[in-house]
Design a protein around this ligand. Sequence first.
Ligand code: GDP
Length: 364
Amino acid sequence: ALKVAIVGLPNVGKSTLFNALTKTAAAQAANYPFCTIEPNTGDVAVPEPRLDVLAAIAGSKEIIPSRITFVDIAGLVRGASKGEGLGNQFLANIRDCDAIAFVARCFVDDDITHVENRIDPISDLEIIETELMLADLESLEKRVVNVEKKAKGGDKEAQTTLRLINMALTPLRAGKPARVVEVSKEDQKAWQMLQLLTSLPALYVSNVDENSADKGNELSDLVAKRAAEDNAKAVVISAKIDSELAVLDPDEQAEFLESLGLVEPGLNRLIREAYALLGLQSYFTVGPKEARAWTIHIGDTAPQAAGVIHTDFEKGFIRAETIAYDDFVALKGEAKAREAGKLRAEGKSYVVKDGDVMNFLFSG
Ligand code: GDP
């Protein structure tokens, strides 16, 4: 499953956020640094209102959403790349993830200690990002000598790697994350092989006080501005509200949201942003048994999409029967969509669109 690391200084609200995400008390929130040691992992459903609509039309018994995994990586502090705090183990845990959510403290509360004794989300982000950049620099500088040698000897792969290492070193030496580098499509694979922490797609999460949950505050505005400069995305949440929402049943939840003037839990936005950040989208399979969302990469072809269900579907792919989501809804299901000529037969090269309702025909 695709994994998103939640990072940030101690006491910015990571555990609170993580608890809300997973609706469990597994990650104990506590008002002191270095509380959580092992990374906590939580599987989270991607909120997808379209799935409910499809299930209602088809009378599906079960609804199965897509999922992504969040990993709570606690204890990153200034000096982590040198083994301070809980040190290098954390960096290894992040390297194992597909994207990073940086939580920045944008709430003021004198009762909650701040490790650096001030509320300054930009500086919080910089401290964490600096540790990640230092870790990247160290790992590249360790490797570069060997790669240079091989490249000089005529090794084509090493030549590509060397070129990419230098592309990464330029921003890193100037104090910028590697994610600001524009990498061509051909180089993507080799670039990912560098396993840089600061080239992972990033989401800056502003944790604001309860009163700013709808529009954010001055601090979260600064974070959003910084995200644009760092080629990252930004989202505003109130971890406290979300943790309270998470334990309510749906009716109470709706009431509480309304009383706060909110349309949906901040978490839903966060999860959707994370999903988009990973370059993901969903297609659906719909029947009387279940309505199900399947996760694919934007740009995946029909056989690749079929392969997510089963590798045999990809190998033996013949064609896909496809109905656009809007058509399925407007015509109230597959039968009428077929009659209206809105069920298309698509071949191997069809690029699946977000929300397609699909059926696969395969041999074998
Ligand atoms: P972590 O160390 O980053 O995982 O932070 P925690 O989630 O453990 O939160 C540290 C403390 O801050 C806890 O006492 C939380 O209840 C509190 N906290 C988290 N988010 C908020 C918030 O939005 N507002 C306020 N006032 N307190 C919060």
